[in-house]
Design a protein around this ligand. Structure first.
Ligand code: AHR
Length: 505
């Protein structure tokens, strides 16, 4: 299809969506596959430090500037006994892990994770087990992590070598409790009640924490959005966030339809905001419940391979999606979707961080490298801090199998007041044509172009591998230029991710 029209965007510094909470660029480490063992932690690896943390992986994580990492799951947390993962490593039990049918050696636990977070320059987002356990375990865990001293669990932490409390601020009340695959799955009513009671006791231990209630496991769940309505009705006074999870895939090899899926994500976000606001109205409440999109990504490449794995092994190669160029484009679109609602999506976690549906891959005993999706995630995290500007976008559109009126252009601009910069993120969804793009931001007065970074590739299926780790990588040769009248003009290459950075005068 020929693109006859150009696309355009107008932004004005006084018309803003909201401030970006840096936690929008969070990620996730679950005890699953090789995320922990062989991912962030591999004692004996030539790049491992004295604690067994892979320093090559730490460098790649720091390259993204990840502000928060969710832990320890995921489905894993619903059968996890946190006590198994603290204290002398040689005394910790190996357990059957029912969520992913593996053996969990418990050599890495809460304290190791906190040490790793410090080294990675990130904050923890800790989940409690509301599958096999409940309020009692949650209050003990937070006493262990956050209480200074003078009680059984805080003194146990000190005995384990951690005099200072970890002061974990952000907590998830369970994981995907609506899913039949979840250990201890619940109805919305059952979950809402236990989440409220758990929240109460956790806050009694530490009133400074922030709490996330489980929303639906995906927008396709039959109980969505009734689940959100019931859960928030029962937890409104106790929680700050409701979670969203969503994964996409290109199972039919229909790339135009695949790239349109973030339009569904826009609608998902909109529905959850509306449901949260409905509950607020019902309660005559002052508090807005914000959104924690704490699992999002592309996930489908590894599904067949995972079905063939033997059960009960330690750290098998599960969920090892090898991402290609088109996956990076959808990831870019998903980041733009969340930025467009940065007024309410205050936290988000790309699921996950290393090896398991992840931007960073490692070989056991070998190197670490960047998957294609590393790049849009890194660009958004590094350059997408500040205030999101209302994007008035005009774009030619197309119809795909499941979506109509899909704009070829997906774009948003972020104003970083402190750095005196504006960054425009843009995806051209067109698979065979460049898209002329004009941006009007004259309310900013003078500015100069710093760079126009582009991620593009002739082959939508091109991926980075251990043997060709740089097959897909960005270049700084984009065409953006400032015209005489102050507009920015660019040709967005077919199927490309673009970052246009401006320095304000
Ligand atoms: O991220 C992988 C899994 O996806 C998580 O464990 C679970 O919460 C979701 O279903």
């Amino acid at each position: 299809m020929k693109v006859s029209n150009k696309a355009s965007m107008i932004v004005d510094k006084d018309f803003t969506v909201g401030k970006v909470d840096k936690r929008l660029y969070g990620s996730f480490i679950e005890h699953l596959g090789r995320a922990v063992y062989g991912g962030i932690y591999e004692p004996g690896h030539e790049q491992a430090d004295e604690q067994g943390f892979r320093t090559d992986v730490l460098e790649l994580v720091k390259g993204i500037d990840v502000p928060i990492v969710r832990y320890p799951g995921g489905n894993f947390v619903s059968g996890y006994n946190w006590e198994d993962g603290v204290g002398p490593a040689e005394e910790r039990p190996a357990r059957l892990e029912l969520a992913w049918r593996t053996t969990e050696p418990n050599l890495f636990g809460t304290n190791e994770f906190m040490d790793w977070c410090r080294k990675a320059g990130t904050e923890p987002m800790m989940a409690v087990n509301l599958g096999t356990r409940g309020p009692d375990e949650a209050r003990e865990l937070i006493e262990y992590t956050n209480h200074a001293s003078g009680s059984y669990y805080s003194d146990l932490r000190i005995k384990h070598g951690y005099r200072e409390p970890h002061r974990i601020k952000t907590w998830c009340l369970g994981n995907e409790m609506d899913g039949p695959w979840q250990i201890g799955a619940k109805t919305a009513h059952e979950y809402g009640r236990v989440a409220a009671e758990t929240a109460k006791v956790m806050r009694w231990v530490d009133p400074s924490i922030e709490l996330v209630a489980c929303g639906s496991s995906s927008l396709n769940m039959a109980t969505f959005p009734e689940w959100e309505s019931t859960v928030l009705d029962l937890t409104y006074n106790h929680v700050d966030f409701i979670s969203l999870h969503q994964y996409y895939g290109n199972r039919d090899n229909d790339s135009a339809n695949f790239l349109a899926q973030s339009v569904g994500m826009d609608k998902f976000i909109h529905t959850v905001i509306s449901t949260a606001d409905y509950v607020q109205a019902k309660k005559r409440g002052k508090k807005k419940i914000n959104l924690s999109f704490d699992e999002w990504n592309v996930w489908y490449h590894s599904n067949d391979q995972d079905r063939k794995l033997d059960p009960w092994t330690v750290a098998p190669p599960q969920l090892e999606d090898i991402y290609n160029h088109e996956d990076a484009l959808l990831v870019g679109c998903m980041l733009i979707s969340m930025l467009k609602r940065a007024d309410r999506v205050k936290m988000a976690c790309m699921a996950q961080l290393v090896n398991v549906i992840a931007p960073i891959m490692t070989a056991n005993g070998g190197p670490a490298w960047k998957q294609t999706i590393y790049y849009p995630y890194m660009h958004a995290s590094r350059f997408g801090r500040g205030t999101v500007l209302v994007p008035l976008v005009k774009s030619p559109k197309y119809d795909a199998k499941d979506y109509t009126d899909v704009p070829y252009l997906e774009s948003v601009a972020v104003h970083n007041e402190e750095a005196g910069e504006v960054t425009i993120f843009a995806v051209n969804r067109h698979l065979s044509e460049p898209l002329p793009f004009e941006i009007d931001l004259r309310s900013f007065g003078g500015f100069r172009l710093v760079e126009h970074i582009v991620l593009e590739h002739e082959d939508l299926k091109a991926a980075n591998t251990i043997d060709a780790p740089d097959r897909v990588k960005p270049h700084g040769g984009g065409s953006a230029a400032v015209a005489d009248d102050g507009r920015i003009e660019a040709q967005l290459g077919k199927a490309s991710w673009n970052v246009i950075r401006l320095k304000l005068a």
